[in-house]
Design a protein around this ligand. Structure first.
Ligand SMILES: *Cc1c(COP(=O)(O)O)cnc(C)c1O
Length: 419
C-alpha cells in the first residue's frame, strides 16, 4: 500500500499547522507514519488521497454511528444549506432538536446547544458552580472532558488528589479547584467528600470511560456516585459526549439506569457537524443567562445546518431502536476474535478497546500497562490490510450501523491471520 500523496500533503500541512493537524491525535505521533489524508467516505469506508480504501473503525472519533454520508442526513443538510448557513437568531429547529434530546434523555429537562464537547463540559461545570455557589469539582484520572483550562490536569506527585496542569500555558490558579480520583475507586471519592464536604460543586465523569481506551464502570460504581453526590448536594454530571445516543438512545444513563443531574453531549448529537449540548434539571439550567447570572454564549450555537444534521441523525436512531442491538452484536463478534488472541478487551455496546497487557484494565494506571509499541505494530498491520483504527492505544474503536457482515468477517479474518 502506498501513501505517497498523503506523505506529500502531510509535509505541506506541517508547514502550515502545528504538527500538520488541527487536533493532536490525528498526527499519528504515538504509532509513527503518516496520517491518512481523506478524500471522501461512504458507509463504513474511508478513501484516502492515494486511492486506498479502508474499513473505518474511527468513525470520526464517535459521531459516525450511522456510517459516513448517510443519504437521509446529507439530503436534509443540503436542503438546509440552500436556506442560509447562519442567522444568529432563533430557529424552530433548535427546539426540535432540544425536544428530541429531552425525549431520549429524561434527566435533561432543559438544555443549551453549543459547538463542541469542550464547550459543553466547561459550561456545565460553570452552571453547577453557579447553582451551588461552590468552587471545587471532582474529575477522574484518565477521563477527558475537553481542553478547557481547569480540566487539563493530572495527578500531582505526592497527594493523589491534588491536580496539576498536564499542559503548559495553564496557570496554577485554574487547576487548584480540580480534585482528582482514580476511575472506579469509591474510597478515593469518599475521602474527597469527607475532606471538602461543603465545597464540591460537581463531580464530572465519563459513565463509560473511553479516552484512556474503553474502561467500563465497575458494578455499583455509578450507583455509588449517584448516592454520594446526592448526600453532599453536589451536581452529578455525566459526560455523555461519546456514550450519548451510542450505548442507547438515552446513553449511559439509560444503559445503567442512573439519572445524573446534568449531562453533556457531543459527537453523535451533531450527526457529523460541529454541535454539542449540555443540559439537566430545570432549576440548574435556569442559572444560565439571560434569565440567570451564569454567562455562556456562542455566535454559531444552534447553527441551523449542524442542528439539521443532529435532528436527522437522532430521528433515524429513534425510528430504528434495534440499531443498538445490531452494533452491540458486531462489537461482540470483534471482541471475541481479539480475545482468542488472548488480549485484554474491554467492550461496552459499540465501544471497544484492545489492550496489549495481561492485566485487567479498570482505570488509568492499569490502562498504562499496555505495551504501546505492540499497539503501534498492530495498528500498522491493520492499516496495511485496509483497516483503519484509531492511531492511539488510548482511544476507542467505534462500530457503526454501516459496518456490514462482510467487512466484520474480513476484519476478523485479518485479526486471526496477522494480529
Ligand atoms: C470528545 C470528547 C470531549 C470533547 O469534545 P470536543 O468536541 O472534541 O471538544 C469531551 N468529553 C468526552 C467524553 C469526549 O470524548
Amino acid at each position: 500500500m502506498h501513501f505517497d500523496h498523503s506523505e506529500k500533503a502531510f509535509a505541506q500541512a506541517s508547514e502550515l499547522m502545528p504538527g500538520g493537524v488541527n487536533s493532536p491525535v490525528r498526527a499519528f505521533q504515538s504509532v509513527g507514519g503518516t496520517p491518512l489524508f481523506i478524500d471522501h467516505a461512504q458507509g463504513d469506508k474511508v478513501m484516502d488521497i492515494d486511492g486506498n480504501t479502508f474499513i473505518d473503525y474511527v468513525c470520526s472519533w464517535g459521531p459516525g454511528i450511522l456510517g459516513h454520508a448517510h443519504p437521509q442526513v446529507i439530503q436534509a443538510v443540503q436542503k438546509a444549506c440552500s436556506q442560509g448557513l447562519t442567522f444568529g437568531a432563533p430557529t424552530q429547529k433548535e427546539s426540535e432538536l432540544a425536544q428530541l434530546v429531552q425525549q431520549a434523555y429524561p434527566a435533561v429537562e432543559k438544555l443549551r446547544l453549543v459547538s463542541s464537547g469542550t464547550e459543553a463540559c466547561m459550561s456545565a461545570i460553570r452552571a453547577a458552580r453557579g447553582y451551588t455557589h461552590r468552587d471545587y469539582i471532582i474529575k477522574c484520572i484518565g477521563c477527558y472532558h475537553g481542553h478547557s483550562d481547569g480540566l487539563l490536569v493530572k495527578a500531582g506527585s505526592g497527594l493523589l488528589t491534588q491536580a496539576v496542569a498536564n499542559s503548559d500555558g495553564v496557570p496554577e490558579g485554574y487547576t487548584k479547584t480540580t480534585l482528582l480520583a482514580p476511575y472506579n475507586d469509591e474510597k478515593a471519592i469518599q475521602q474527597l467528600f469527607e475532606r471538602y464536604p461543603h465545597q464540591i460543586a460537581a463531580l464530572i465523569i465519563e459513565p463509560v470511560a473511553a479516552n484512556m481506551g474503553v474502561v467500563p464502570p465497575k458494578p455499583g460504581y455509578l450507583q455509588f456516585l449517584r448516592k454520594i453526590t446526592q448526600s453532599y448536594d453536589t451536581v452529578l454530571i455525566f459526560d455523555e459526549v461519546i456514550t450519548g445516543f451510542r450505548l442507547a438512545l438515552g446513553g449511559a444513563s439509560q444503559y445503567y439506569g442512573i439519572q445524573p443531574d446534568m449531562a453533556t453531549f457531543g459527537k453523535i448529537i451533531g450527526g457529523g457537524m460541529p454541535l454539542a449540548a449540555y443540559g439537566g434539571k430545570k432549576e440548574i439550567m435556569d442559572v444560565i443567562a439571560p434569565i440567570g447570572s451564569v454567562y455562556q454564549a456562542g455566535t454559531l450555537s444552534g447553527n441551523p445546518i449542524a442542528t439539521t444534521a443532529g435532528i436527522e441523525t437522532l430521528k433515524i436512531l429513534m425510528a430504528d431502536p434495534d440499531i443498538y442491538e445490531r452494533i452491540d452484536q458486531k462489537a461482540k463478534q470483534l471482541a471475541q476474535a481479539y480475545r482468542k488472541k488472548s488480549y485484554t478487551v474491554n467492550q461496552v455496546g459499540s465501544l471497544m478497546s484492545v489492550f496489549f497487557t495481561n492485566q485487567e484494565v479498570v482505570d488509568y494506571q492499569s490502562a498504562k500497562t499496555s505495551d504501546t509499541q505492540a499497539f503501534a505494530n498492530y495498528f500498522h498491520t491493520l492499516l496495511d490490510h485496509g483497516i483503519y483504527v484509531a492511531p492511539s492505544q488510548f482511544e476507542a474503536m467505534f462500530i457503526s450501523d454501516a459496518h456490514d457482515q462482510k467487512d466484520i468477517q474480513k476484519t476478523i479474518q485479518i485479526i486471526q491471520e496477522y494480529v
